[in-house]
Design a binder for this molecule. Sequence first.
Ligand SMILES: C[S@@+](CC[C@H](N)C(=O)[O-])C[C@H]1O[C@@H](n2cnc3c(N)ncnc32)[C@H](O)[C@@H]1O
Length: 351
Amino acid sequence: MSYLYYVMTMPGLETIAFSEIHARFADAELVKFSRGIALFRTAASPAELLELRTVEDVFVTLAHIKSLGPGRDALRVVHGATLNANVNEALTLWRRAHHGSLPKTWRVVSQKSGYHEFRRIDAGESVGAALQRNLPRGMRLVKDDADIEFWVWISGSEVLIGVRLSDATMRHRHYKQEHLPASLRPTIAAAMCVLSRPTAQDIVLDPLCGAGTILIERGLAEVPYEALLGGDLREEAVTVAQRNARHARVEMTLKTWDARSLPLEEGSVTRIITNLPFGKQIGTPEKNVKLYKDLAHEFRRVSRPDGLLVALTSENRVWEAALREQNWRITKKVVLVVLGQPASIFVAARA
Ligand SMILES: C[S@@+](CC[C@H](N)C(=O)[O-])C[C@H]1O[C@@H](n2cnc3c(N)ncnc32)[C@H](O)[C@@H]1O
């Protein structure tokens, strides 16, 4: 039996998320992409869907409305769609994702973008009023910390109403016990690993590893690897990365080093996956130009001729120029939003 699910992703990562979904569940059929959303059908179990690494949250769909008007009568449409939804089936799937436990409390979370003659909260209340009529007796509506959450997402004329199967540990991960400022969101790190076209022969390097997120995500991906290597200029970052790797039970070799002159042999790594310092993290634009140029040069030296370089930055022009100058060829660019600012993931091969 297949169900209609949707996932929420960091905006820009929808297609990568669906490629992960399709790689894991061959029967998965895409219904639609929207910004930060992939709607699809599959017979995969909720527990299997919670193993996904490139998505922030997983939902089972109660209703999908494609042409909601902007006026207040839209609230009646949202209410009616919730009344008609198969809430019992969604509750069964939620219980399967939560080891059979029964939810005692519930709440509604609403998100809205675009122009409408009603507020986000009004849409949430319309859904809540309908749920009150068709949820089992004994379940209590609460403001926070509910066992089960019903989410309403409205973007212009499109609406998704669903039951959230995931919780915050899906996006934040259990292993991230130690945080550093500018540490990368795990789902973005996982998407970068997908973009690196992983193989079992990979010798993966993150030369500016910070809290170690990228290497840990590569270590936890389904595709095996030969080795994981990383380092950072700051000793504190290396210590944090070591602790996080231990929590994640991923083995890697970490060192304190300057990524501009790595203690690695020429042509010794097959994949470089890294999150470059950008924006406020670096002093002046001139420093940036020099740093990126030195890094692109050193990355080329340590990379095998058939190696791939996957790097995230918001300094697009500076990185593109550095790659060109050091004979890297950009094969793919994915645009996304990181910490509220536009950024890109560049995939490059040796020219
Ligand atoms: C954007 S952060 C990386 C965050 C990391 N991906 C994470 O998840 O925590 C950039 C890192 O580059 C490091 N760094 C800056 N210049 C460096 C250099 N020349 N060599 C090595 N590391 C450097 C910083 O200390 C910082 O930890």
